[in-house]
Design a protein around this ligand. Structure first.
Ligand code: SF4
Length: 110
């Protein structure tokens, strides 16, 4: 029981850190964010899972509909920036990232 509560708290802490990290990256490390797009594959399924990281976003009006979608925050547009963002969403998010080995193979093949 205590262990489950601790892991829940740890997840929330990591999610909070992820929010800060993404905020920093989209505002101060645009080069990194743009570079990561190369390794990203897949597409958004509009599942809304990224709108519930740490807490439910107040702009979420229905199950997965954003009330400010067309002027949403930079960090929302850029999600997921890298593989760390998918730690808790690997099975729900439609995006994934090529690992360095796969990326090298893809580069050689193209
Ligand atoms: S978690 Fe991934 S698939 Fe779901 S809405 Fe966010 S970006 Fe799209």
């Amino acid at each position: 029981m205590a262990r489950g509560r601790l892991s829940y708290l740890w997840q929330k802490l990591e999610e909070g850190w992820g929010k800060l990290r993404r905020f920093y990256l989209v505002h101060y490390r645009e080069d990194y964010v743009q570079g990561q797009v190369r390794w990203r594959q897949g597409a958004c399924r509009r599942c809304g899972s990224c709108c519930r990281i740490m807490f439910r976003c107040p702009h979420l009006i229905t199950e997965n509909q954003c009330s400010i979608y067309y002027c949403r925050y930079k960090q929302c547009k850029a999600f997921p920036i890298d593989d760390r963002d998918l730690k808790y969403l690997r099975h729900t998010c439609g995006f994934s990232f090529l690992r360095p080995k796969e990326a090298r193979f893809t580069q050689r093949a193209s």
